[in-house]
Design a protein around this ligand. Structure first.
Ligand SMILES: Nc1ncnc2c1ncn2[C@@H]1O[C@H](COP(=O)(O)OP(=O)(O)OP(=O)(O)O)[C@@H](O)[C@H]1O
Length: 295
């Protein structure tokens, strides 16, 4: 569904250039429910905005389905945003109209794209557990309920890909768990591919695959050893992070074999600029270069 290779995004302002993504590689299969984690400033939102067609890449390759987001025209981008991709933000106020009902809010994007379908709008609200609140005005709903309306809206035009930027960032743990279980259900029942960006490890721990981004590059990947452990079953309160027990950790190599060594490891061994690498037929060992007087 998604292929990014050597993806670069540079933000240019009058005086400075910020390299937000520096050759990022990532692959997401159709039908996956996965998370991208990373510290503040690592480039997560930049990546999501590019995938959502809200921002243009500077260089590299980025394909979503048949769309090449580097070559796409402005006109095609409108169609892409309307039909292929749905977006959920941490704060959805910009997506919702407070004086309309939940149902009217879901119907609105359908009307704008000429695909009005009241039954489907109702069904979406049922799916997110708001069947009994669909005729309430948005301003009468709690923050968590509004977030669930936003999920229904994001699916109004039947997108194949759902992108969620910190979807549980401003709700309590119980609501966060509910939102995640909705994602899982939508993923399983509608087959929609879901990519969640978060720095909340408890969210990441509940999906089968997690890709970590560091300094604008893909660094590590975690895959659930037993997908059932990572799945949300309604009983897990989500306190544990990406536990070693549940996820296997992998370092990501790009096509030409480059990998990113964590800064903490390099600092611990005082490796700067260069290192030695040994291969004994089974393992590869990276060490600090020997000091001249040790040789
Ligand atoms: N519009 C912009 N103009 C200039 N620099 C930007 C812009 N947007 C992001 N950046 C910079 O790009 C880098 C990556 O930012 P990004 O928002 O993608 O990170 P993030 O991982 O999503 O962080 P957070 O979790 O804090 O949202 C940061 O150094 C940020 O300051």
């Amino acid at each position: 569904m998604i292929t990014c290779e050597g993806l670069v995004k540079i933000y240019k302002t009058d005086e400075i250039e910020v390299v937000a993504l520096q050759g990022l590689n990532i692959q997401v299969e159709t039908g996956e429910l996965m998370a991208i984690i990373g510290n503040s400033g690592s480039g997560k939102s930049t990546l999501l905005n590019i995938l959502g067609g809200l921002d243009r890449p500077s260089a590299g390759q980025v394909m979503v389905g048949d769309w090449d987001l580097l070559k796409i025209t402005d006109q095609q981008l409108v169609e892409y945003k309307r039909n292929t991709v749905g977006f959920i933000w941490q704060n959805n106020a910009r997506n919702l109209v407070s004086y309309l009902t939940a149902l009217e809010n879901v119907e609105m994007p359908m009307m704008l794209s000429g695909k009005y379908d009241r039954e489907y709008a109702k069904q979406l609200l049922e799916w997110v557990g708001l069947g009994h609140r669909m005729n309430n005005k948005l301003q009468q709903l709690s923050g968590g309920e509004q977030q669930r309306v936003a999920i229904a809206i994001s699916l109004a035009n039947r997108p194949k890909l759902l992108l969620a930027d910190e979807p549980t960032g401003s709700v309590d743990t119980k609501t966060a768990d509910m939102i995640l279980s909705i994602f899982r259900k939508l993923n399983e029942e509608l087959g929609v591919t879901i990519v969640i960006v978060t720095h909340d490890m408890s969210v990441a721990g509940k999906v089968n695959r997690v890709v970590a981004i560091r300094d604008g590059m893909t660094s590590t990947e975690f895959i659930a050893r037993n997908p059932l452990i990572a799945s949300w079953d309604g009983t897990n309160t989500g306190q544990s992070a990406l536990s070693q027990r549940a996820h296997e950790e992998y370092v990501v190599l790009d096509r030409v074999g480059r990998l990113q060594v964590p800064k903490a490891y390099l600092e611990a061994l005082q490796i700067k600029g260069k290192a030695t690498m040994e291969f004994d037929g089974e393992t590869i060992t990276i060490k600090a270069p020997r000091k001249l007087n040790e040789q």
